[in-house]
Write a protein that binds this ligand. Sequence first.
Ligand SMILES: C[S@@+](CC[C@H](N)C(=O)[O-])C[C@H]1O[C@@H](n2cnc3c(N)ncnc32)[C@H](O)[C@@H]1O
Length: 379
Amino acid sequence: MSHLKFIATTTFGLEATVKREVQRLGFENITVYDGAVYFDGDETTIPKANINLRSSDRVLLIIGQFKAFSFDELFEKTKALNWQDWIPKDGNFIVTGKSIKSQLYSVPDCQSIVEKAIIENLKKKYKINWFEKTGAKYKIQVSILKNEATLTIDTTGDALHKRGYRSSAVIAPLKETLASALIELSFWKKDRVFLDPTCGSGTIPIEAAMIAKNIAPGISRRFISENWGNIPKEVWKDAKIKAYSEIDINFKPEIYASDIDPKAIEIAKHNAVNAGVDDCILFETKALKEISLKNDYGVCICNPPYAERMGELKDVENLYKDMGKIFRKNKTWSFYTITSHENFEKLYGKKADKKRKLFNGNVKIDYYQYFGAKPPKSN
Ligand SMILES: C[S@@+](CC[C@H](N)C(=O)[O-])C[C@H]1O[C@@H](n2cnc3c(N)ncnc32)[C@H](O)[C@@H]1O
């Protein structure tokens, strides 16, 4: 079981960000495809990747990959894989599927064939005909792309954006994984001032504080594979102890977060306490237009409303104009924002230095990036 292959799944546009994270964690043989970063590892990779990846959605364990042009081929090749190494006699396994540009296009048929093939494989090992499925959960996926089938088991369970600290949220909260990716894509370093003036439930500043203090995103949650019998409990324990030992408890980043809505600030404060970073974020109820930039070389990353609903457009456009008025004035500040509004740059009053296409859920957005002057090097 020592040589294993994995996929860290990503939202469209975040592949390079997740690849960098996978590299930083020391995993090898990395290849990138749309929405997926492949890498090699062993059983210790399962806790390490799940606990530490900030921008990936989930970590899948690859059981096999092969060409499949017929149901017979899918059945036989699936049956021949090492399911018995992973699924115990009482394993509660379910199969989901997807098929894109492939001869085997009926997903329900593919799922049921894969399930039958796995049962045949397990029957041989356990010498039983009926599986009670009363034990740990195994979420298997058959994914067929251009006639190449990839069979995986999900090691994550609840997706990785569910860190566990956000007990309540405002309308339209940002996924924690996307918030973290926006920070990773910026030039912010932990010694620079950070600001989110439309912080809502606090996701972006909380993720920034966790990065600054090196708090692993999955440190206080559980993962589906923690219940798998064949990964020794020690492996999980060691990965968690390591993550705790790497927290920089004494580092206090300078992070400011504000919102016009006092209820949002109440929620954000509560979430920051849950995340263990309330000591380094200064929350304030404040309209964006009241912000004055006191320090130099700060970085603002925000997720303002986009006005998906009629009637809000004027307010949102005025908000974007106010952003321009405040942040264009100070040439040392860097300003980053996401929105689906096509005329953002015009309203802000300046063309972005860089623009990146991303998705916030199903909504196509642009990540507008305005780079301020580089801070002087400290000696
Ligand atoms: C899309 S939400 C932000 C969600 C946040 N990133 C999260 O994860 O919860 C936009 C936020 O902008 C705030 N907002 C709207 N107009 C504002 C203004 N003029 N000044 C400051 N905040 C404003 C709203 O109250 C709302 O909380």
